[in-house]
Design a protein. Structure first.
Length: 246
């Protein structure tokens, strides 16, 4: 399991919908000369990063990753992160989603709460209780529950991604395994009315997962925020209106 990719500035600024890649940001249209030690795939990745307006905006606004804008865009539309809410962030590193959650639930001032874990190290964030833990390891779920006020959450976020091996079916099984584990955790820890947001991939969400969520939530849908690259198979399943433990 790994968290959201990319390291960036540790500072934090506002996360309103006015933030983002706009504001006259010019198209850098950067191309790199291929180095002998660089593979074609890494060459393409570097060029994409340098030309990505969300990457530039994240650096400019002090977010730890471009993924912050995915949560901003989803939350601006669906209003998941309410002041005072208790949030669990799974696969949190390097902290882009936790930054947004901490500001919007006002955990920095002690009103809400954000508890985050990742198998990768994450620099400390104001308003976030975090640990380097593998979510799939024994004891991880108990640790999360022990840190939550009242032992329950109002929102469970999962941007976890399993390391890919380049085999489509295998990679899909791995990501869906994480999604299903996160969904079962959400079903165990969420308070009534809570929400679950989880990364999956087109091709698509397994029927077992959708059935599980539809039995426990009032609404289940797929969302793909503008910040999610158009050529990526990534999308998110959003379940809202948790009905309570079965």
């Amino acid at each position: 399991m790994k968290g959201k990719s990319g390291k960036g500035a540790s500072g934090k600024k506002g996360s309103g919908s006015a933030h983002g890649p706009g504001g006259g940001q010019r198209d850098l249209n950067v191309r790199l000369k291929t180095a002998r030690s660089r593979t074609p795939s890494s060459q393409r990745w570097l060029e994409r990063q340098l030309n990505d307006p969300y990457v530039a905006a994240a650096k400019r606004e002090g977010f730890r990753s471009r993924a912050a804008y995915k949560l901003i865009e989803i939350d601006d539309k669906h209003r998941l992160l309410k002041p005072g809410a208790r949030v669990v962030d799974l696969g949190a590193a390097p902290g882009g989603w936790s930054q947004i959650a901490a500001e919007r639930v006002q955990s920095i001032g002690g009103r809400g709460q954000v508890v985050a874990i990742d198998i990768l190290d994450m620099e400390p964030l104001a308003g976030v209780v975090s640990a380097t833990l593998d979510f799939m390891a024994e004891g991880a779920e108990d640790w999360l529950k022990s840190k939550l006020k009242g032992g329950a959450a109002d929102v469970v976020l999962s941007d976890m991604a399993a390391p890919t091996v380049g085999h489509t079916k295998t990679d899909h099984i791995r990501i869906m395994g994480l999604a299903e584990a996160a969904a079962h955790f959400a079903g165990d820890v969420l308070a009534p009315g809570g929400a679950f947001l989880c990364k999956v991939f087109q091709g698509g969400t397994e029927r077992e997962l959708l059935d599980f969520l539809k039995q426990r939530f009032a609404s289940v849908r797929h969302v793909k925020p503008p910040a999610s690259r158009a050529d990526s198979a990534e999308l998110y399943v959003l379940a809202t209106g948790f009905k309570g433990r079965a």
